[in-house]
Design a protein around this ligand. Structure first.
Ligand code: FMN
Length: 186
């Protein structure tokens, strides 16, 4: 059966390297896996617990939660902002993480990648994101990860062109496919 992975890039910037890295994942996914980007991050309002009810929840948030619930796994591609993840991404995770410990994240296999201009290639942001996802009881794949450093040199016209990085992404996705299967008990 086809494995469905929801992909979310934590940048709303036109020309985002992280969104382009997610596109590379769509291109490089192994047979039997489908990566579907969720591109509505810009529409998610600031978290407001008073609106977080079945009657009042904003539609993009309901859609985000539906997409996570329906996916076999989640691929988060995060930029690094001041050694952490961007607020837009944290905000979306906060919405989806409620009700606490009973949300759509519970038990969900999660893989993390990221691209940045620095030598560290989002290492610090990825560490933060792991911590955040632990709070949601998602199952973050233990992995050396995909850290795309010096991003401007690795993308051209919105496409990941660096061959060694493409090879790493393809291998990472195969590992995630195996991990999701393991988490599903098969
Ligand atoms: C507010 C802000 C803070 C940033 N902080 C970091 C940082 O701590 N580490 C880093 O590697 N890059 C940092 N950058 C550079 C981003 O990695 C770079 O802008 C990257 O292209 C953002 O991802 P995107 O291309 O997907 O939008 C920062 C950029 C912004 C706008």
């Amino acid at each position: 059966m086809q494995m469905r992975v929801m992909g979310i890039a934590g940048s709303i910037r036109r020309g985002s390297f992280n969104r382009a890295l997610l596109d590379a994942a769509v291109e490089l996914m192994p047979e039997g896996m489908e990566v579907a980007p969720w591109d509505r991050l810009r529409e998610v309002p600031f978290y407001d617990a008073a609106l977080d009810t079945d009657e009042l929840r904003p539609e993009p948030v309901a859609d985000l939660k539906r997409a996570i619930a329906e996916a076999d796994g989640l691929l988060i591609v995060t930029p690094e902002y001041n050694y952490s993840i961007p607020g837009v991404l944290k905000n979306a995770i906060d919405w989806a993480s409620r009700p606490g410990y009973k949300s759509v994240f519970v038990g969900k296999p999660v893989a993390i990648m990221g691209a940045s201009g620095s030598m560290m290639g989002t290492a610090r942001a990825q560490i933060h994101l792991r911590e955040i996802m632990y709070a949601t009881l998602a199952r973050v794949m233990p992995h050396p990860g995909v850290l795309v450093n010096q991003a401007p040199q690795k993308f051209e016209d919105g496409r990941l062109v660096d061959e060694p990085t493409r090879t790493v992404v393809a291998s990472f996705l195969r590992d995630f496919q195996t991990y999701v299967r393991q988490m599903q008990g098969g």
